[in-house]
Design a protein around this ligand. Sequence first.
Ligand code: TXA
Ligand code: MG
Length: 345
Amino acid sequence: MCWIDTLYWKIEDVEKDESMIAEAAKIILNGGIIAFPTETVYGLGANAFDKKAVQKIFQAKKRPADNPLIVHVSSIDMMNSVVDMNDNNMASRLIERFWPGPLTLILAKKSAVPEEVSAGFNTVAVRMPDHPVALKLIEKSSVPIAAPSANLSGKPSPTTAQHVLEDLRGSINGVIDAGEVEVGIESTVIDTSVSPPVILRVGAVTVEEIRGVIGDVTYEFDTAAAAPKSPGMKYRHYAPKAKVILIEGDVEKIRSRVLCEIKRYKDQKKTVGIFAGDDNARYYSGVSVINYGKRDDAKKAANMLYGALRRFDEIGVDVILVEAVEESGIGIAVMDRIRKASEKK
Ligand code: TXA
Ligand code: MG
């Protein structure tokens, strides 16, 4: 693919900087692809009705064509232009409770949505992001925006515009920079085209929160599943260049294992980075440590995880040891992403 100049807009204030967002929206309407911030991670967007533009996303990210995209909308009317709700009561309740926000719903696809977006499925993933810049960009474009995370396929999702540029400068038309994202890991994906609904990807909205609205749901996020319903789940994800090792157990057990691994890798002349919680971070010396705060409240760890993995690659460590967080609330999604990052290449 030929190099294209990637425009860059820094947004401080959505109202004041509206003309920059309008410029980006115009490029989207003209068939270009633009990276933009959402509350979860940065997305790489194209007009969801323009199949040529959507194909450019797959090329830029080197994304397998059988992995469908999420369509981002700024209103319920717009959502109705891409999916058929068919009096789907569960979906309505979830939308009412969580939108705008980090919950993606799989619903029956309308024919206006090209196959390129849905990867041949008769369903489409939709969400309304909770970010003023994303919402303004969609409104100004006046079309729904199909957008995966704005990273090269297989890399950690971008949580800053700099991460986007690292991966995609020269292969996208522009990036809107609104600083660091708030959440740091992707939206929860729930299939509401089946009854009862199934969580296909754990994410920023927790399983407990969803249960609070629609009762029991199952989840199916086993990458080893022979025919995963969410194709994205079968690919190796969220992975830096370095080898990632997850260390689990109680605080003391984790600490002694980490100290042991540090010594083992040092003996092999390998460099080590550690993504560690508050309790243990101070015990590790002679290695690069990034402290993610509390293990029992993984919000900060969620926010820092992808940036930390990228940072360790920049430093050039051979091995990244990651201390487990408590597997509750958003910690479930954090542990899911760490496990995927640590799968063998
Ligand atoms: O937070 C997020 O969800 C971010 C921001 C940019 O919105 N987007 C994101 O997109 O993470 P992506 O493409 O990286 O992940 C979308 C996931 C993939 O696992 C994909 O397979 C699944 O959603 N998906 C999309 N459409 C689907 C469909 N019709 N049926 C099943 N799974 C679907
Ligand atoms: Mg992604």
